[in-house]
Design a protein around this ligand. Structure first.
Ligand SMILES: Nc1ncnc2c1ncn2[C@@H]1O[C@H](COP(=O)(O)OP(=O)(O)O)[C@@H](O)[C@H]1O
Ligand SMILES: [Mg+2]
Length: 230
């Protein structure tokens, strides 16, 4: 089942989730009218069944109804190519006109069916925004391999075993993690990172509790942000 963003947001709203005001629009004149209703500023968002729209020019911030009209004219009927659509792109037939949010920080929260386990899985990341898909592409496996190649991680490790081992460790944390417990999420992440890097790194100086201060290795830091993000 595929739902558009404007449909998903209507559903969320029905169940009490705070979503920005907005509505579906299908013509430039309608986009201008919607923008006016939203206070004269809005974002015009292409409604296609694919993500990565922001980077592909499918999300336009508009400071006036005239800008909204122009954005709609530009987007409607266009084949939007994002890194999730494949080279053929997707035709933009509808738009969402939405109130502008004043963004301090963006997070990512997703729910998907995990095909491997056949169960719903929840994914969260502190790295929201338009780079989130890159976080997913940059799996720990790739970072491990890169670290081994650059000589920062031990070459005798089996990348697959180690990366699944690390993921397993992290994926089970929700079973025992207590938000009111002694350590906060950041501190648990530090422990995990310390444990992981101590076993991975060639450099013996990494095998200390002061890892977050001492470790300035590139792969180590990337792995760390990856682990923290999961
Ligand atoms: N209502 C809004 N107000 C302000 N900025 C927005 C709004 N909606 C989206 N954006 C900006 O556009 C970016 C891309 O929008 P998003 O809904 O994440 O689409 P996609 O994931 O397909 O790129 C967001 O990361 C955010 O920075
Ligand atoms: Mg996004």
């Amino acid at each position: 089942m595929n739902v558009h963003e404007f449909q998903a947001k209507a559903l969320l709203k029905r169940y009490g989730v705070a979503v920005p005001n907005g509505r579906e629009v299908t013509s430039p004149a309608d986009a201008a009218a919607a923008c006016k209703d939203l206070g004269g500023r809005c974002v015009i968002k292409a409604q296609i069944h694919a993500g990565g729209r922001g980077k592909a020019g499918g999300v336009k911030l508009c400071k006036s109804p005239a800008e909204a009209e122009a954005a709609a004219r530009d987007l409607l009927g266009k084949r939007l190519v994002t890194h999730q659509t494949g080279p053929g792109g997707r035709e933009v037939k509808r738009l969402l006109a939405e109130a502008l949010s004043d963004i301090a920080r963006e997070f990512y929260l997703g729910m998907v069916i995990d095909r491997a386990t056949g169960r719903p899985a929840m994914m969260a990341s502190a790295e929201g925004g338009v780079e989130i898909e890159e976080v997913a592409a940059r799996a720990p496996e790739k970072i491990l391999r890169e670290g081994i190649r650059s000589g920062e991680f031990r070459p005798d490790l089996d990348v697959k075993v180690v990366s699944y081992g690390l993921l397993g460790m992290l994926n089970w944390a929700y079973k025992w993690y207590d938000p009111k417990g002694r350590l906060n999420v950041q501190q648990v992440a530090e422990q995990f990172t310390s444990l992981a890097l101590a076993g991975l790194a060639v450099d013996e100086s990494l095998v200390t509790p002061a890892i977050s201060r001492r470790s300035r290795l590139k792969s180590g830091q990337r792995l760390r942000s990856e682990l923290t993000a999961r």
